[in-house]
Design a protein around this ligand. Structure first.
Ligand code: FES
Length: 97
């Protein structure tokens, strides 16, 4: 195993995990949030190296939808499908234009 420096300036992980009991991020629209944010980010043509990915459970299911950003290690919780504009502003604040 080797450790290497990140090639990314900003990495955003959004939980899309689904559970049988429905206490998860998927049931709260996380895939929709992920898809719309990724589509928007692609349109922005950021000059920085960014990546927005789905993730498995981030361990805060009761607070879903949950996301985490790196390298700042900021956690976003209780993200609603109606908060896409706020999500865009968050990403924009991390990567500039
Ligand atoms: S299901 Fe999203 S944090 Fe656990």
């Amino acid at each position: 195993m080797n450790t290497v420096p990140s090639k990314l300036d900003f990495h955003f992980l959004i939980c899309t995990n689904a559970r049988d009991n429905g206490k998860d991020c998927a049931s709260k629209g996380s895939q929709q949030i992920l898809d719309e944010l990724k589509s928007w980010a692609k349109e922005q043509k950021f000059t920085q190296k960014i990546r927005i990915n789905k993730s498995g459970c981030l361990g805060r299911c009761e607070e879903g939808v949950v996301a985490v950003a790196y390298p700042s290690a900021e956690w976003l919780v209780n993200i609603g499908t109606n908060e896409l504009e706020e999500m865009k502003k968050f990403v924009q604040s991390k990567v500039g234009s």
